[in-house]
Design a protein around this ligand. Sequence first.
Ligand code: PLP
Length: 384
Amino acid sequence: MKTVYMDNNATSQVAGEVLAEMLPFFTETYGNPSSMHSFGGAVGKHINNARGQIATLLGCDESEIIFTSGGTESDNAAIKGALAAEPEKRKIITTRVEHPAVLTTCRELESQGYNVVELGVDSHGQIDISQLEAELDDSTAIVSIMYANNETGVIFPIEKIGEIVKAAGAVLHTDAVQAVGKIPLNLSSAKIDLLSLSGHKLHGPKGIGVLYVRKGTRLSPFIAGGHQEKGRRAGTENTAGIVGLGKACEIAGEFIAEENTTVRKLRDKLEKTILTTCPDAILNGDKNNRLPNTTNISFEFIEGEAILLLLDQFGICASSGSACTSGSLEPSHVLRAMGVPFTAAHGSIRYSLSRYNTEAEVDFVAEKMPTIINQLRELSPFVK
Ligand code: PLP
């Protein structure tokens, strides 16, 4: 059975060109860049080349790139590192719809005595900027607001947020794990101090990411050890991962227009067909202000997990927002924050496409959906 992969916000296929670029770093160019011999030393220039490729995509300087193990580490390092650099400031502002890498970190810090404010969102998944303005004060160390939401694809007005946060004298961190490579960003114009990205969301490898740190931003070192990454993030460099991430970013830059035309068109076709052919289907998130590859649809009165199981029988990979915690299925915290009713939040499915999807795949998924939904509705105790 052929796999139809529409779960790219969870992880993505490593591009062939990326893999090809990485392979020599396992068996040929495997030296340690910190070594005194030229075999190891030669690796350093490849790391710097990758830094350049990433900086070009982000519109920043190479010196502002710190390699990490991925989005989760970058988020942790940004928030904890900014707090440690300014210990007298005890307030953190974030949103209720962040990824757990940010939300759990902030809640852990709250239990240690920090003052954490989680901004709510409206039914479109958007924050109210005036609430952010009202919460900012002299005690605010850091504001952490994602660039785009992983479940709904909703994009936040980070440039505007940057202006407000900087005027208040706080540090702005944005988790851009889902945005990088899907929409253009330019750090030379945006007032962002810290930004997280992750390789495996943009057709790069897993286990590699970046924390962008704007020049002059106060951030404490987050992994102690050797002198790598200017002493801020110690540990022998994941050379193959770094080179792969660099290549993935270079290619992402070339494909960004396609993401916003071809991929968007495919996503729109899938979404429109499902919403027309499946009764009681509701689109979650802002219709227009969204990542071009993501659609999140609720099917009332049925469980998302049941839909996923039936999709799986056809080789279709998507995801539901629910988290299976201690045997009970909790509906997505993002959809609950948006006020989506329980009956709909439980039955939500996220399809996240990529440049590797085809129109035939979209037609295949769209064709299967009404049958699956009708089959489950017949079994649902909630349908009268
Ligand atoms: N932030 C967002 C918005 C994400 O979607 C993810 C992954 O799903 C992460 C952070 C975590 O990234 P990683 O898997 O690289 O740790």
